[in-house]
Design a protein around this ligand. Structure first.
Ligand code: ADP
Ligand code: ASP
Ligand code: MG
Length: 435
């Protein structure tokens, strides 16, 4: 019998009632033997996520301030969870140890990782499962990404019968210290576990009924989509569909393990299945996603098209400043380079000065406050009129398009708009394709 790995997100383990739903899901299919829980998330919109509280505690401790208040909230939540689930996990000593670590200068990653650690301990106890600490089986690189050596390291720890719990979000770095992935990183842990046990499917349980065709905070009635390809999910998650961490698909994609995004609060719904290929004839577009916080440098120079090596020089200078870029659409005598603002951070003036010196352009400038929006679908490249539909919808809503970049993968069209137009543009594109 094949096995299924189930990652449960923050809202799925936010309270005893939620953990009971998790239990129901696990017990309803004997193949579901590997659980990867997050730290408890929000129980209601104004609630606090444990991970955020842990970061607050660490920040206060680092500044030599009292973290007693946020730490008490954390303790109360875990103690309540354990009490309501009637588990005997010795939480008091664990919580005292974390407090001691906070006081003696523990790292930010160590402190954040305790959210998942404690959640895993309680859930393992409640489910009668074996607890496997990812500190023993998951390795991260120096810059916080997954080290593929993890698969072989983790696999022997997950052998045998019964249920296993592996908390999400953390492992060890090359120096042996606890390291976390970036935010939302429990999705990566789930994928690593799925790869290590060669799972039949990687189920990612969250609070929506699968991948929705747009962010529900922008399009409240966005429809779930039944099937998408790895490529489509990659584009959407990179561009802002935050339901699935952008790095989490690689471990499973390489092993052809399908991903199923499901809703803990509606387990009867099929969710979204992510597979290597799909029949795109009936649904050419699977979704629209975007992010704000981009800037663009534009460079104009007469006869740029005849100047050999112009593009390379631009990109060399950018690289020399240690900046990575998102897109570089070109015209005949012009070139734009688009950056995430966090990449440019404090480096803009020097970058522009260097570009000016080396390239002697006729015009060079910088535009801040841009949003990028990707419309994604495997069926797009071969479909007449997709772009027309998209741009008509945008224009009809009075949105001015600043940048157009057809992704070279031919499964997306990316547009850049002013940040103030971000929400109306996403809504317009969604409605152009869905209704
Ligand atoms: P979890 O804690 O279960 O990992 P996340 O908050 O990380 O949950 O991800 C689920 C949330 O992602 C949804 O509640 C939704 O607000 C947001 N989201 C953004 N874009 C999308 C999308 N295209 N489809 C589904 N959810 C999305
Ligand atoms: N708890 C971590 C976070 O809030 C990881 C996760 O939920 O995936 O980012
Ligand atoms: Mg998440």
């Amino acid at each position: 019998m094949g096995s299924v790995v189930c990652k449960f997100g923050g809202t799925s383990v936010a309270s005893a009632a939620q953990v009971r739903k998790v239990e129901g899901i696990i017990r309803s299919d004997a193949r579901r033997r590997f659980l990867v829980p997050s730290a408890p998330g929000k129980r209601y919109p104004s609630d606090k996520k444990i991970t955020d509280l842990l970061y607050t505690c660490h920040q206060l401790a680092e500044q030599g301030l009292s973290f007693a208040e946020p730490y008490q909230i954390i303790c109360d939540r875990y103690l309540e969870l354990a009490r309501e689930l009637e588990v005997s996990t010795s939480l008091e000593s664990e919580l005292a140890e974390i407090e001691r670590q906070l006081k003696s200068g523990a790292s930010r990653d160590y402190v954040a990782s305790r959210g998942e650690y404690l959640s895993g301990r309680i859930i393992a106890d409640y489910m009668g499962a074996r607890f496997v600490d990812p500190a023993d089986g998951i390795r991260l690189t120096a810059d916080g990404h997954l080290d593929p050596a993890s698969y072989a390291l983790l696999a022997p720890l997950l052998q045998g019968e019964g249920l296993f719990v592996v908390p999400g979000f953390y492992g060890r770095g090359p120096d042996g210290e606890i390291r976390t992935f970036s935010r939302g990183g429990s999705d990566i842990t789930g994928a690593v576990v799925a790869r290590a046990v060669d799972a039949e499917v990687y189920e990612n349980w969250t609070d929506v009924s699968g991948l929705l065709m747009a962010d529900p905070r922008i399009v409240p009635d966005a429809q779930p989509i039944r099937e998408v390809t790895y490529r489509e999910l990659r584009e959407l998650s990179y561009m802002g569909a935050s339901v699935f961490h952008e790095e989490a698909m690689f471990p499973v994609r390489q092993a052809n393990i399908p991903i199923n995004i499901r809703n803990t609060n509606a387990p009867e719904e099929p969710g979204t299945l992510i597979t290597p290929a799909r029949d795109a004839s009936s649904t050419p577009i699977v979704g629209v996603a975007g992010r704000t916080g981009f800037s663009m440098v534009y460079i104009e120079k007469e006869l740029m098209n005849q100047e050999r090596g112009f593009g390379r020089k631009v990109l060399d200078i950018i690289e020399a400043h240690g900046i990575s870029f998102e897109h570089a659409p070109t015209g005949i005598d012009s070139m734009c380079v688009i950056f995430a603002d966090k990449e440019l951070d404090g480096k803009t003036d020097e970058l522009i000065a260097d570009l000016n010196r080396a390239l002697k352009p006729d015009r060079i400038g910088l535009v801040h406050g841009l949003a990028l929006i990707a419309t994604v679908g495997e069926g797009m490249a071969f479909r007449v009129g997709t772009a027309a539909r998209l741009f008509t919808a945008i224009a009809n809503n009075g949105v001015n398009v600043r940048i157009i970049a057809q992704g070279s993968s031919e499964i997306n069209i990316i547009i850049g708009v002013e940040e103030k137009d971000f929400v109306p543009a996403v809504q317009a594109i969604y409605h152009a394709f869905v209704e």
